[in-house]
Design a protein around this ligand. Structure first.
Ligand code: NAG
Ligand code: NAG
Ligand code: NAG
Ligand code: NAG
Ligand code: NAG
Length: 414
């Protein structure tokens, strides 16, 4: 309780938005005939005084893999005090502009209802939102041909929304500051608020002004959105939390199974030169354990996940609990929680096992986080694990997400 009060007081003073486009280029990997996509860099300013002085607890970048693994074991050890030490650590101020890589898609014709602002999870990058469903037709969320989803022969441009997929900061093409004390949940929550303000003001690249913004996250990105809804309740018109519940798995199927490995050690050909506090899952087996349910995906989907997965900073791994300490009493907008029945990270691989009364699932544990929300919905996708987008059920997942968003009757932006 004391910890919560400290966080809330500290966060109250966070402000600031400056977003400046720095470069434009067109390098979209997978063409979508219905959408116009492009990528660009933008400088995003944010500030917080709630980052955690993790270095004072776990030290700076580890000298080698063994030195990195030891505190991870200690964190999960019986009687571990590491989580409480991290919560009790001094907080730090970070006020900084960092360059983020964005991909933005809009329908080639028709009306624009709004924008999905995406926040991917750990081991992800902006590529996570290239949905790789059963027919390997890569599409962008928000630019998916509804015909592809529903198969009714009707192309409903109206149902599209634009998609701004930020590559998580410290991931892929975005800036890589020192990952221990800088790239953490409290700062990233403020960055998310800055991005959304820029979208509303029409200052993010040349995307234009958007009046409706749906925050959509996956895993860590969903936790981040719950932080935004606490600290800036009006930032999003609705949030979609994929790969999420309020019952984070603490056992072997949880975060521990990532077996976080120094990125440049696990995949030197991709990550040579990255500092030792940037980590990644070291094998395809780890990827399967955390993200996939066999056999409900194609080999190609798994292979492309493993070859395209993203590094992440240790500061994210150790600050992931932060949003769960916040109070969301002022957030009233709609919430959809959706994940796979076999989600290992948030359901211990069976979302139907719950101590809540039937017909609840573990996803309904999320309701207590949103005491003032009336439109709260959950969807469990059978035969699907944490990495929803890579499963054969991805189409069904996005059909459900679009139905939810369509039901909100948002205004048209232009
Ligand atoms: C497309 O959807 C509209 C609105 O629901 C409907 O009126 C129309 O008949 C549909 N067209 C086809 C070809 O199904
Ligand atoms: C998952 O795969 C099994 C085995 O192929 C199949 O029977 C089942 O229908 C699949 N589930 C879904 C939702 O596709
Ligand atoms: C909710 O809003 C009220 C009125 O603005 C404010 O006094 C209160 O501190 C807010 N609660 C939180 C948790 O931010
Ligand atoms: C949380 O998950 C565990 C399995 O890890 C389950 O036994 C428990 O019932 C869940 N709690 C709730 C409130 O659903
Ligand atoms: C999903 O799986 C659960 C548990 O196995 C089952 O009770 C339910 O009927 C399934 N739902 C669908 C839509 O297949």
């Amino acid at each position: 309780m004391i910890v919560q009060l400290i966080f809330l007081t500290a966060l109250a003073s966070s402000t600031g938005v400056i977003v400046t486009p720095t470069e434009g280029r067109n390098n979209k990997a997978i063409p979508d005939p219905q959408a116009e996509c492009r990528s660009f860099y933008a400088d995003v300013y944010a500030e917080t005084n709630s980052n955690i002085d993790l270095k004072s607890v776990i030290g700076g970048p580890a000298e080698n893999q063994q030195a990195l693994t030891e505190p991870i074991i200690s964190y999960f050890a019986a009687g571990s005090t590491l989580p409480s030490q991290i919560f009790a650590a001094p907080t730090l101020e970070v006020k900084e502009t960092y360059q983020l890589w964005f991909e933005h898609c809009r329908p080639k014709s028709g009306l624009v209802k709004g924008v999905y602002q995406t926040h991917h999870g750990l081991v992800g990058n902006a590529g996570y939102w290239n949905v790789q469903g059963e027919i390997q037709l890569a599409v962008k969320i928000g630019c998916i041909d509804i015909d592809y989803v529903t198969g009714d022969g009707n192309y409903t441009t109206y149902s599209f929304a634009e998609n701004a997929a930020a590559n998580g900061w410290g991931v892929g093409r975005s800036a890589h500051p020192v990952g221990t004390n800088t790239v953490q949940m409290p700062f990233e929550i403020q960055q998310s608020i800055s991005i959304a303000s820029a979208l509303r003001e029409g200052t993010l690249g040349d995307i234009g002004k958007l009046t409706s913004i749906i925050g959509i996250g996956h895993s860590y990105g969903s936790a981040l959105l719950t932080g935004v809804s606490a600290l800036s309740p009006s930032t999003f018109d609705a949030i979609v939390l994929t790969g999420f519940s309020n019952n984070v798995t603490e056992g072997p199927l949880g975060l521990f199974s990532f077996q976080s490995t120094i990125a440049s050690v696990a995949y030197p050909e991709r990550f040579a030169g990255h500092p030792n506090d940037y980590v990644i899952t070291p094998s395809q087996t780890n990827d399967q354990i955390e993200f996939f349910h066999y056999p409900n995906y194609t080999q190609e989907a798994l292979d492309s996940f493993t070859s395209g997965k993203g590094e992440f900073p240790l500061g994210q791994q150790y600050s992931v609990e932060f949003p769960f300490t916040l109070n969301r009493e002022n957030y009233t907008h709609p919430v959809l929680v959706i994940t796979g029945e076999k989600d290992g990270v948030f359901c211990s691989a069976d979302c139907y096992i719950t101590s809540l009364d039937p017909p609840a699932t573990q996803l309904d544990t999320t309701k207590v986080m949103f005491p003032s929300v009336n439109n709260f919905q959950t969807v469990v996708l059978n035969d699907t694990a944490h990495g929803i987008n890579s499963h054969k059920t991805a189409k069904e997942a996005y059909k459900r997400i679009f139905e939810f968003v369509d039901g909100l009757s948002m205004g048209v932006s232009e």
